[in-house]
Write a protein that binds this ligand. Sequence first.
Ligand SMILES: NC(=O)c1ccc[n+]([C@@H]2O[C@H](COP(=O)([O-])OP(=O)(O)OC[C@H]3O[C@@H](n4cnc5c(N)ncnc54)[C@H](O)[C@@H]3O)[C@@H](O)[C@H]2O)c1
Length: 339
Amino acid sequence: MLRIGIVGFGFMGRTHYQCWNKVEAAEVVAVCDTNPNIVEDTKKAVGNIGDAQSDIDFETLELYTDFDKMLDEAKLDAVSITLPTFLHPEFSTKALSAGVNVICEKPMALTIEACEQMIAAAKSSGKLLQIGHCVRFWPEYAKAKEIVAGGEYGKVVAASFRRLGSAPTWSLDDWFADEKRSGGMALDLHIHDTDYVQYLFGLPKAVAGFGAKAPGGGLVHIVTQYLYDDDKVVTAEGGWAMTPSFGFEMSFNLVLETATIVYDLTRKPMFKVCPAEADAFTPDVAEGDGWFLQIEHFAKLTAGEKLEPVTTLEESRDSVKIVAAEKQSIEEMKKVEIA
Ligand SMILES: NC(=O)c1ccc[n+]([C@@H]2O[C@H](COP(=O)([O-])OP(=O)(O)OC[C@H]3O[C@@H](n4cnc5c(N)ncnc54)[C@H](O)[C@@H]3O)[C@@H](O)[C@H]2O)c1
């Protein structure tokens, strides 16, 4: 049985808890959070999707407020790092140095340099570090990747991705609103699609971004075109300026030579393949959501199974790099090459 700890028990910490509970070969034994009211606060509903507010059985958990103490005492095989983004490098490095495998939420870090430090820490520790780019594991996104890679419907002509909602307001100290701690909307939310674009098509040659800012100065809505060697049109739109009553949309259209693949969380059916020569159909996809499937994958790796990598540390770093180029492109109102 893998002994699991979780540090940062807000929306994503509780989401990881629910996912780990579904992994038979693992048990969450310890939780660390600096919030002294964590037991009461876990009863509040938070987040945009998922079941983070479901019951937590605190009787079975060792509660810590000090991460070093948890690493010293809890004899963990792995830890979920579900802390505000600016803390990812420090806490990942500590856990890896203590010989504990790490699954750390996305984005990997705020800067490319910090990502490099995390990669170096993982390499020198010999332990696993996986960044939570859950969209690669999201059943419909994973299936779409499989269909595109299979080549059955020809090449991609155009691809567009959307991720739209209202600003996250569930954190205790509103750290999401502080660009220095969260990286702002582009690094926090839109990076999901940036990373998926990279997963489908590799590193773009360049990006051209357009963005709208809130009165305070932070980006709240962004549209980026990702440029490759051929003429396919790849765009992603992200924003957290939607009104709360809008809800949350994640969606994509993939236009291939002989089929169009569409997904929209807000529509029924959510997922359709529309071939040129046949009726539209909804393919079978994996059970569960991307959060669970990425944790299940990480748990198998931690237990020593050999699996094809779905996400690499270098790609997680490159997603931070691409988003930085998108922000630069918006600031300078010009196309930015990705080095
Ligand atoms: N994959 C996804 O779909 C997804 C969705 C939302 C958030 N995230 C990412 O997950 C991470 C966490 O986001 P969240 O929404 O859970 O935030 P949150 O504010 O809900 O939770 C953060 C928790 O960390 C605790 N914390 C802060 N400093 C601490 C410290 N030094 N030691 C221990 N605990 C500490 C806070 O008390 C809080 O409970 C962020 O990196 C965010 O970008 C990912």
